[in-house]
Design a protein around this ligand. Structure first.
Ligand SMILES: Cc1ncc(COP(=O)(O)O)c(C=O)c1O
Length: 363
């Protein structure tokens, strides 16, 4: 087995000034601004993972035949570093992202990034760009690990060489305007993932294929698309970049089961535990679109929320589909949704105890 990969540090000679950084952090938005550094590492069968370095954030140079540009062997992750009340910085369950990154790699026939390299790259980048960690409540430093196939070869086969990259981007709320219920479009025209496909993997192609459906949702005046199962277009699966939870009036908290076509979200998994901590009967099950509409009509579904790293927990207010529309309860954020949100954010922001040992301090 490969031994631990050491990351060489080549600090940027063109860091932004404290004034420029403060100006950018004033209104970071989501995924628009990047810190002064990035981490890169290369893989080849002969050398294993090597040339790992922290260096200035800069464009890449790629041969036009680079296989990722043609056949899409590209996977990524998303996690956040949170400012802590004592001035430190902590990550939320980064081991889970490392493990999912490896599962995604296996599904795309790519070489896995060792957990040690993944976690160490995050540590060195956050340490180098610590001043970019936003301090305001609700904001965080979003970390984007990715891996791409780099063989310059047009044959259709798994690449032998790979590039691992880690970027960091200060982030405000994914949905501007704080906790605002989102409207969703039930997509029956397009599917995100079919049995045996890549739905469980966080691969670039899944997102490319989703964009036309997201555009269809926007045309209907909706914020997000809700994906249904590929066979019957009946079972609710997940959203564009978030998993879903249904709060039932009988005290259950239901999330669609991981059937192989959903992305196993770290936030989803955490809420399975947090919900139980809050005394809810958390179940992984099934919800059809008819049950969703009927449940909202008869009051047996009292709240629906979406969850993910970027969006945290966002209430779903309005649902539209080809032949109709309905509202979840009164369309406003529900009490259970807000309770789960507060308890998750409390752990992440270090203002509440961390009974499950989820936070990893990195300084
Ligand atoms: C399709 C999809 N579903 C769900 C999620 C939520 O996953 P997590 O909670 O790990 O951010 C994401 C975001 O990564 C996603 O892209």
């Amino acid at each position: 087995m490969a031994s631990d990969v050491t990351i060489q540090s080549i600090p940027s000679t063109s860091r932004r000034s404290p004034e420029e950084r403060a100006r950018l952090l004033e209104n970071p938005g989501f995924g628009q601004i990047f810190t002064d550094h990035m981490v890169t590492a290369r893989y080849s069968p002969a050398d294993g993972w090597h040339d790992a370095q922290l260096s200035a954030y800069a464009p890449l140079t790629l041969d036009p035949a680079t296989s990722v540009l043609h056949y899409g062997q590209a996977i990524f992750e998303g996690l956040k570093a949170y400012a802590q009340p004592d001035g430190g910085v902590a990550l939320f369950r980064p081991d889970q992202n490392a493990a999912r990154f490896q599962r995604s790699a296996r599904r795309l026939a790519m070489t896995e990034v060792p957990e040690q390299l993944f976690l160490e790259s995050i540590r060195v980048l956050v340490e180098a760009d610590r001043d970019w960690v936003p301090q305001r409540t609700g904001e965080a430093l979003y970390l984007r690990p990715l891996e791409i196939a780099t063989d310059a070869f047009l044959g259709v086969r798994p690449s032998q060489d790979y590039l691992y990259l880690l970027l960091a981007s200060p982030a405000a709320n994914y949905f501007p305007g704080g906790v605002r219920p989102v409207s969703v479009w039930l997509s029956t025209e397009y599917v995100r993932a079919a049995p045996g496909g890549t739905g469980e993997a966080k691969c670039a192609g899944n997102y490319a294929a989703s964009l036309v459906a997201q555009a269809a949702a926007a045309e209907q005046g909706c914020d997000q698309v809700v994906w249904l199962d590929a066979i019957q277009h009946k079972y609710v699966e997940e959203m564009g970049g978030m998993n879903l939870y249904f709060v039932l009036a009988d005290g259950r908290l239901l999330t669609p089961a991981l059937t192989g076509t959903l992305l196993p979200g770290v936030t989803r998994d955490s809420i399975l535990t947090l919900g139980r901590d809050l005394g809810l009967d958390v179940v992984e099950g099934h919800m059809t679109t008819e049950e969703w509409e009927a449940g909202c009509a008869d009051g047996s579904i009292s709240e629906v929320f979406a969850c993910g790293t970027a969006a945290v927990i966002t209430p779903v207010g309005e649902v539209k589909y080809a032949r109709g529309a309905f509202t979840v309860a009164d369309g406003q954020p529900g009490a259970v949704t807000m309770k789960v949100r507060e308890s998750l954010l409390g752990i992440q922001q270090g203002t509440a105890p961390d009974p499950h040992g989820w936070m990893r301090r990195i300084g």
